[in-house]
Design a protein around this ligand. Structure first.
Ligand SMILES: [Zn+2]
Length: 480
């Protein structure tokens, strides 16, 4: 099952270089001042709508639609409805009829767990220019757009993924690229995400391999001290053994001077290291020392460079800053891509649902909250999790995480105040409607919440942390 979307590149009749972008609708506010005070900057993108299937055949002719007919039959969709909805978005009566042209069909890779969204791009014209005073739409040229995509400062206005995907950059001339047979997504510009099959936890089945391989050398500041220099960088090679050949093909297509960064030691983030070591033993591995201590010699037996946060990496002039991001584990690190001000967050957040902390590897709820606030202060333009899609409203997402954690913590405290004396009591009360297979993972998070409550001196005096061990929980669970 796939979902299809129509994106329309509306050209300016007075200037062929320009097209229309629309201010994207923000996620709904929380209604709580503390969270609503964090505001993501405006996001602009092509007007787009989801396509609905039609009973008969669409009468709207799109010139060149046959170019994508092997993958998609546009006639089966209600284009008339879609184009009317686009007209509403850009607030015009009607687009000029009969001038639709097929531009591109872009298939989204399977980030999961939701079905992929494939996008048909068409170009259209619009009768006259009265958009100069419209606050929700604006004309922008390709060259201006390219500048806004490659150098993004914190809180500047942002261009969305449809613009990057519809962008007429010719990747045929790219020297370094991910092999064509692997579907990847590029967003932001210059950052490629390849979801690869991995031994990750439900509901996901892939780990995003992040690939940064700039075509050109950017001007870099020579006075900076970098922890590593390279021509390309990959983050979290976590694919399972069956996908090692795919990873080897990616490594073969990248320059030899390669930096490998791992956010933390979990198998679904490091399972591919052995394949890298085999095909490029010159690769420089960067990780926190606690992460490295937990990586087995079979995966990586060569040297590594230890990072603890604050260091900078230089990839052909593009800079990335290592950010200490403790909470998920005690060695968990994130990376900030400075050129696009994008934050690669490891497992601190996931594309859908909420992240799990690892109580057995130094996971810590207090640190998790601190890291979340640190991320908010960085004011990133986009947030890349290792599982699921890129998040385009980072501050909103981080606040949602804060809110969910606090809500969970108060329900745990409530259960304790109402007589729960063991971890099992709490989990079986709070997660009674959830599949029992997930209870053990939940127990690890609940234990960390209980420790966090204890640190804040919120627990009743008679309360014992000992009866709240994950091991005791496991014993009780096995008796069921
Ligand atoms: Zn993890």
């Amino acid at each position: 099952m796939s979902i299809y979307k129509l994106a329309v590149i509306i050209k300016n009749p007075l200037n062929d270089e320009e097209f229309l972008v629309v201010k994207q609708i923000r996620p709904r506010k929380f209604g709580i001042e503390e969270y609503d005070s964090f505001i993501d900057s405006d996001l602009w993108d092509f007007p787009s709508v989801h396509l609905k299937m039609l009973q008969g055949e669409s009468e709207i002719q799109v010139e060149g639609a046959e170019l994508c007919s092997a993958k998609l039959d546009l006639k089966k969709f209600d284009l008339s409805l879609a184009l009317n909805q686009v007209s509403e978005q850009v607030r015009v009566e009607r687009l000029v009829e009969g001038q639709w042209k097929f531009w591109k069909f872009v298939e989204e890779p399977e980030f999961g767990p939701a079905p992929p969204i494939h996008t048909v791009f068409i170009t259209a014209y619009y009768g006259f220019d009265d958009k100069s005073s419209d606050v929700a739409c604006q004309w922008i040229s390709w060259s201006n757009c390219s500048k806004r995509l490659s150098e993004v400062t914190p809180d500047s206005y942002r261009m969305g993924p449809l613009v990057v995907n519809g962008f007429p950059h010719d990747s045929k001339h790219s020297k370094w690229d991910v092999p064509r047979y692997l579907n990847y997504q590029e967003y932001p510009l210059g950052v490629r995400l390849v979801p690869m099959r991995s031994r990750t936890g439900k509901p996901f089945s892939t780990t995003n391999l992040v690939v940064i391989a700039p075509q050109f050398v950017a001007n870099s500041e020579s006075d900076k001290n970098f922890i590593a220099h390279g021509d390309a960088l990959i983050i979290d090679p976590g694919c399972r053994a069956q996908s090692h050949q795919e990873l080897a093909d990616i490594i073969a297509a990248l320059p030899r001077k390669l930096i490998v960064f791992v956010t933390h030691h979990h198998a679904d983030h490091v399972d591919g290291l052995s394949a890298i070591q085999k095909c490029n033993p010159d690769a420089i591995l960067l990780a926190h020392k606690y992460t490295m201590h937990r990586i087995v010699k079979d995966d990586w037996s060569l040297g590594y460079t230890s990072v603890a946060g604050g260091e900078e990496i230089n990839v052909r002039g593009q800079r990335l800053q290592v950010i200490s991001a403790l909470g998920h584990t005690d060695g968990h690190m994130a990376l900030l891509h400075i050129n696009t001000h994008t934050l690669i967050v490891g497992d601190h957040c996931v594309g859908q649902g909420s992240a799990v902390l690892d109580a057995f590897s130094g996971g810590n709820m207090g640190e998790y909250f601190n890291t979340t606030y640190k991320f908010l202060e960085l004011s990133p333009n986009a947030l890349i999790p290792m599982h699921g899609r890129v998040n385009l409203w980072p501050k909103h997402m981080l606040c949602r995480y804060l809110k969910n954690r606090r809500d969970r913590e108060s329900s745990i405290l409530n259960a304790i105040e109402h007589g729960s004396t063991t971890l099992f009591d709490i989990v079986s009360t709070l997660y009674k409607d959830i599949d029992r297979a997930l209870w053990y993972v939940a127990a690890s998070n609940v234990r960390l919440h209980v420790e966090h409550l204890a640190q804040q001196h919120k627990l009743p005096e008679v309360f014992s942390l000992e009866t709240h061990s994950v091991a005791a929980f496991g014993d009780e669970l096995s008796k069921l």
